[in-house]
Design a protein around this ligand. Structure first.
Ligand SMILES: *Cc1c(COP(=O)(O)O)cnc(C)c1O
Length: 365
């Protein structure tokens, strides 16, 4: 039998989450599938979403071309915009929309030696994140310059939040007020909300939402009352078991020492597969549907879990690293990482896409 580690992607859950985002935000939504759909396979996810999605967003042109070559016809927005005039030309030929977030990108459009009259531009305004975006005080001037070129088909006004996942601070409201002031009276649709804002900030509702992580079933605000369904299940099996006597150390660095006799299951999964190498002892896993914990340091190809309280578990037992029972956000928090990083990092394991995943049978419920 081959190694049992795998990732299963539930495309029905993905569609459900997209529709949920649109329902919560109202208006239209670009489905953000950058970074290979946060590790879920952009082509498969875009095909699954295309019947319902208004548009897609990726970070840069080659990600968009991959989708076009796979037959995706919906509009695709480049969140980082074009890096060169040649990219701008290709984008306008392929019906790809582009963010403009710094001066040089405006100049590229003004000086383009080709016809870019079909270009749909999203003008990104910095309202307090202080990363990319034209200064709010100059939004009007940039808008005017873009219109004066007579080359762009339409301009959407957008901004991005720095702390929308933190519901106890009001910087999101400050950013919204700054956006509204900077764009008052300008024509064009608006777009503010990322996943966290879709879920937590109704004040950010505008014409377009830009949900990413919530499509994959993660609520970045941690509020988790929004009927999102997990999309990725990362799983494997116990391939061997052993026991530890009190005082014996386990694995690299001897970082875990058994405080009492323990029964340990060895699982075919490691940081070489994208499971976080820094997930400490105590990080939750589910064995045959029952919650237990990681023991000792995660290795490249395997890791150890505690079977002491699970008398029926042993070689062949199903192990869920994250999925329906173990939220990926919980594993991320335990490892001091973001759920975004865990999902984007999955590698080496076979990835299986299913239309509607049946929950692992031995639920223990
Ligand atoms: C990545 C990205 C998003 C999606 O963010 P999530 O937190 O995953 O919802 C939205 N807008 C922009 C500009 C982005 O770069």
């Amino acid at each position: 039998m081959s190694r049992p580690a795998r990732a299963r992607i539930d495309l029905d859950a993905l569609r459900h989450n997209y529709l949920r985002a649109r329902e919560l935000h109202r208006g239209r939504a670009v489905a953000v599938v950058k970074a290979n759909a946060y590790g879920h396979d952009a082509v498969r996810c875009a095909h699954a979403l295309e019947p319902v999605a208004d548009a897609f967003a990726v970070a840069f042109l080659s990600e968009a071309i991959t989708l076009r070559e796979a037959g995706i016809r919906a509009p695709i927005l480049l969140l980082e915009g074009a890096f060169t005039a040649a990219e701008l030309e290709r984008a306008s030929q392929l019906g790809i929309w582009t963010v403009v977030h710094h001066e040089e990108q405006v100049r590229m459009i003004e000086r383009a030696p080709f016809n870019c009259t079909r270009l749909q531009v999203w003008l990104k305004i910095d309202t307090g994140m202080r990363r990319a975006g034209v200064p709010a005080a100059q939004a009007r001037a940039y808008h005017e310059r873009l219109r004066a070129t007579d080359r762009v088909a339409a301009i959407t006004l957008m901004s991005h939040f720095a702390r929308a996942d933190e519901t106890a601070v009001d910087t999101t409201l400050t950013q919204i007020a700054s956006f509204d002031a900077a764009t008052a009276g300008l024509d064009g649709p608006r777009s503010l909300a990322n996943s966290a804002a879709v879920l937590a900030w109704p004040q950010a509702r505008r014409d377009w939402a830009r949900p990413g992580i919530l499509l994959y079933g993660v609520d970045p605000t941690g509020l988790t009352q929004h009927d999102l369904r997990p999309v990725m299940a990362l799983s494997s099996e116990v391939f061997a078991e052993r026991s530890l006597a009190a005082g014996e150390a386990l694995g690299y660095g001897g970082s875990f020492v058994a405080e009492r006799p323990l029964r340990v299951g060895l699982v075919a999964m490691g940081y070489g597969d994208g499971y976080p190498g820094r997930a400490p002892t105590g990080t939750p896993v589910a064995v045959d549907g029952q919650r237990t914990r990681v023991l000792g340091r995660v290795s490249m190809d395997m890791m150890a879990v505690d079977l002491t309280a699970l008398p029926g578990a042993g070689p062949g037992s199903h192990v869920e690293l994250w999925g329906a029972r173990i939220p990926v956000a919980e594993v991320a928090a335990s490892a001091g990482l973001l759920p975004y990083e865990l999902l984007c990092n999955v590698k080496r394991v076979p990835v299986e896409h299913v239309e509607a995943a049946v929950a692992y049978a031995n639920t223990g419920t």
